[in-house]
Design a protein around this ligand. Sequence first.
Ligand code: FAD
Length: 521
Amino acid sequence: MESAGTYDLLIIGGGINGAGIARDAAGRGLSVALCERADFAGATSSASSKLIHGGLRYLEHGELRMVRGALRERGVLLAIAPHISRELQFVLPHVRELRPAWMIRLGLLLYDHLGSSAGLPASHGVDLQGSCYGHALKPELRKGFLYCDAAVDDARLVILNLRSAVLHGATVLPRTRFVAARPAQRGWLARLQSADGRWSELRARVLVNAAGPWVDDVLAATSAAPERARARLVKGSHIVTQRLYDGGHAYLLQNEDRRIVFVIPFGANHTLIGTTDVPVDSPHAAASISPQEIEYLCRAASRYLRKPVAPQQVVWSYAGVRALADDGHENPSAITRDYTLGLDRVQGSVVLSVIGGKLTVYRTLAEAALAKLHAWLRPRRGNWTSSEPLPGGDLGAEGMVGLKARLTSRYAALPAPLLDALAERHGTLAGDVLGDADGEADLGIHFGGGLFQREVDYLIRREWAHSGEDVLWRRTKTGLEMPPAERSRVDDYVRERVARQAMNPAMERETAPSPASGEGR
Ligand SMILES: Cc1cc2nc3c(=O)[nH]c(=O)nc-3n(C[C@H](O)[C@H](O)[C@H](O)COP(=O)(O)OP(=O)(O)OC[C@H]3O[C@@H](n4cnc5c(N)ncnc54)[C@H](O)[C@@H]3O)c2cc1C
């Protein structure tokens, strides 16, 4: 068995929580290893509604502290990840029988107040008739409310946190499964297995269990016997259709079961509708959406939209499983979305488990995790992640507009939609992707959907992409713009290139992503 080294922390799970903790801990000078059994962001962290929000509906459940913390984070994430996040205006059509207008007004006032630090526009009422917000809606919906939240590319948020972690010295191990660990010399000896079957052993002072819906399985593999309740698993699914309406705004639709459904513009040409809340027994339930869930989401959207949405219009769907801290609620929608950090000890060795949470608060969750582990790790540095932009996020005073202008001037021969898409995926690192390209011919094969060989090579080299799926549905969403034949061509290309790289490890192998912005080079 190979030795995989000795670290302060071994983090199990490469979703947003594992990635956020890895970044934070590495930046504090701790030695960090993170293992992910499949692709980074391959589970819940690429299956979210992609919102950075406080969650208006959680106010109804009295979760004021959680909403305030999440709204504060909304401002922080818009600042440190401005290339992959954006403000998003929501329209909430008013239906008197579902919630009275005074209740919604009061809720929005409170939401504005709790989130005032982000500097987003305040909420207000809107006359839907004759306004661009009402065009897509049934004519009988006359009044509504407008408020602001934000959206983010969830899978890219994970990748950028990992890239930052590596820049700060972390070791990340994709396609490497944590199998078991036993206490050893006031720490742990962990057994890992990589996808090609190789076994290795790694020593760590502390384990962080950020395995999402698998949190209980991982804890069981450390022989910790926690007294706390097990995580509750709740599946949530989304559907994607061709774009259903013009405009950049989203809708928050109230449903008769008192749940809400989001309808959100998705890329340039599609609309995202979600989500459901279905209790499940196993994380593997996330394999796919059920016909009943598709029906539910179509019905919820059709109640409001002028043109009804039918299951046949669904072009893509995805499902994810939340691991929620069990607070005793029967109704899955009422279980708290706040997180719990559970500390367990086996013969003096410590394992910290993350249960629950939201994409939005991953950064403060990481800070809380490191505060909880302070006595064992004693890092040299305090909290730091709220001010350093994620890789590619150093846009400067002129923001995205300035970056796009600089790219257009440097790459004048390349089409504007391609430069825009690269700016929104890579920020100031778009120049690293394009290198010295003088025209489209320099970018290699065009696979379709604005995806060129040069970007695919970059995603393999710098972002651990290993299959067509990693590239098409997580590092980018270009899969949505391609027919199946083009998608399989991407998969063939990636697999062939990765295989060639494995046979010749010296070939273009880069273990650490470039720290410097390549913009304009
Ligand atoms: C339908 C839905 C919508 C959501 N929408 C939003 C939203 O709009 N905004 C928001 O803020 N939050 C949202 N959330 C919540 C958010 O997505 C989750 O809180 C977050 O993604 C959880 O991240 P995680 O890292 O804990 O788990 P995961 O992303 O599931 O990561 C855990 C990782 O651990 C790995 N793993 C498991 N076992 C092992 C092992 N033995 N060895 C190695 N690796 C292992 C898994 O492969 C997985 O990649 C949503 C959640 C769902 C389900």
